[in-house]
Write a protein that binds this ligand. Structure first.
Ligand code: ADP
Ligand code: MG
Length: 482
């Protein structure tokens, strides 16, 4: 493609393996258009900062190319790249006033004094701090300091501005204000923004293009609408907005079975295909019991300002609903989803997601089995008191009902046994479907737990066989939601 297109920056097969062997970024490929607002979105530790540092020139890829306007810039030191970075906490010089802080780089470049003055004045206007030249850093609020940080990057007139969680240190109200201002600044300046955040809402509201990352790899690249409406896999669906995610199977033409019910959908996927179904909470309607596809009991209702978040327990499935109307805790309801509210995904790996509880003993429990997993490691900042109760970061005893833990395990990591007395068996069930996948069989197990599990096994079992499932703890991944 070269330089004939309007890409300002291209990353090609970028890998970054740290000296200790850790792969922080893997086969990262991205094209950024001139003037675009691109956001790297992903959980902490997924490689966002590492990627940004390579673009800025503070770090070098282990392999792969970074092209700027079609030219390889791997040999260019940071200060020769037309790129500036705004960090989460901008290191302002506390002993200098605002003018000197912003003018610092320009003075090093030995620009004439009146030109420096003009440029500083202009960027101060841009960040809405006109007249602040003489003020000292210590008199500014966090939000104002961050604006000075942005002004200091903008004064160099970079072609690309990198922003690494620039609003992360601000309170919610200030963050919302700055989001709007940054977006306006981007539109006004016309320069390319590459923005890093772990906040999905921030990414959705600000970006032209979102790059969703997990564990050093790109999961999906798309517009906010693409990412929200058509998530490519369960990770993206789970990370972007609240989602209900179920393992399931196609039972007919545009009909799927999941969450213990039969649903009409709009995706024409062959019968028998194992699927992941994603349903957004706002796409679910509460109706009279019996009128929907499944029924359940309301277990909690939380007012969220614009809507109610209603949780319904249906068998073993927990369903989260957003509705402008409230519901009564303990009432029986029907759950109804229109066909276009159901997103069917064919992830090549059908990760099994299931809920595990924190029990009265403050241990992790699944299907009446205590799991030997350290909750203090799972829940950030927690510790145990002398009664072995779990305390949160403020030293308060954690209420087990307030903690939701989702476990994930890959179908290939589950083992099946016909010896259901085996101590390692965590749940039992019947084989309700099997598909030959070339080098293994993929099974749907209808478990007594009430949830279907997908299990890959190299051996042929029979339909309706009763099996025990062994879920090795070291293969499970846990996500804590409060
Ligand atoms: P993010 O910005 O998405 O939170 P980072 O890019 O900072 O993530 O880090 C990605 C991963 O690389 C993390 O697991 C981090 O611990 C690891 N990492 C970062 N720098 C180094 C380093 N110099 N050596 C080894 N591992 C590192
Ligand atoms: Mg980071």
């Amino acid at each position: 493609m070269g330089n004939t297109n309007d890409n300002i920056i291209e990353l090609k097969h970028i890998n970054r393996i740290f000296e200790d062997g850790f792969k922080a970024v893997e086969d990262f490929n991205l094209e950024v258009k001139r003037g675009e607002f691109v956001t790297f979105l992903g959980p902490s530790g997924c490689g966002k900062t590492t990627t940004l540092r390579m673009i800025a020139g503070f770090d070098m890829p282990t392999s792969g190319d970074i092209l700027l306007n079609g030219k390889d810039i791997s040999q260019l030191p940071p200060y020769e790249r037309p790129i500036n970075t705004v960090f989460q906490r901008y290191a302002l010089f506390p002993h200098m006033n605002i003018f000197d802080n912003i003018a610092f780089g320009l003075k090093l470049k030995k620009l004439p004094a009146d030109e420096i003055k003009k440029k500083v004045k202009k960027v101060l206007e841009l960040v809405d701090l006109e007249g602040f030249e003489k003020r000292s850093v210590s008199t500014l609020s966090g939000g104002q300091q961050q604006r000075v940080g942005i002004a200091r990057a903008l004064v160099n007139e970079p072609e690309i501005l990198l922003l690494d969680e620039p609003l992360g240190a601000l309170d919610l109200k200030m963050r919302k204000e700055m989001q709007i201002e940054l977006k306006a600044m981007h539109d006004e300046l016309g320069i390319t923004f590459i923005y890093v955040t772990h906040d999905q809402e921030e990414a959705l509201t600000m970006s032209d293009k979102i790059v969703v990352m997990a564990e050093g790899k790109i999961q999906q690249i798309g517009t906010p609408e693409d990412i929200y409406n058509e998530p490519k896999n369960a990770f993206v669906a789970d990370f972007i907005g609240e989602s209900n995610i179920f393992n399931g199977i196609m039972t007919g033409s545009m009909q799927a079975r999941f969450a213990g019910g039969l649903f009409q959908c709009v995706d024409d996927v062959p019968q028998g295909t194992q699927i992941t179904a994603v349903v957004r909470p706002e796409d679910i309607e509460l109706v009279a019991p019996g009128n929907g596809q499944i029924r359940g009991k309301v277990t909690s209702v939380i007012f969220k300002g614009m809507h109610y978040e209603i949780t319904v327990q249906s068998g073993r499935y927990e369903v989260v609903i957003q509705n402008t109307k409230s519901a009564e805790v303990g009432s029986d309801v029907g759950i109804k989803v229109e066909p276009d509210g159901i997103h069917i995904m064919l992830a090549e790996n059908h990760t099994n997601f299931f809920h595990v509880d924190m029990n009265k003993n403050h241990r992790l429990e699944f299907n009446n089995n205590e799991l030997d997993v350290s909750l203090t490691q799972l829940i950030k900042g927690s510790r145990r008191n002398e009664n072995h109760e779990l305390l949160d970061e403020h030293g308060e005893v954690i209420d087990p009902d307030k903690i939701h833990i989702v476990a994930a395990i890959e179908p290939g990591d589950i083992r099946m046994t016909d010896n259901t007395d085996d101590e390692q068996v965590l749940v039992e069930g019947f084989i309700s479907n099997l598909i030959y996948k070339g080098d293994h069989y993929s099974y749907v197990i209808n478990t007594d737990f009430g949830q279907d599990f997908i299990v890959n096994d190299e051996y042929l079992w029979n339909m309706d066989d009763r099996v025990g499932l062994i879920l090795p703890l070291d293969k499970m991944k846990f996500t804590v939601k409060k």
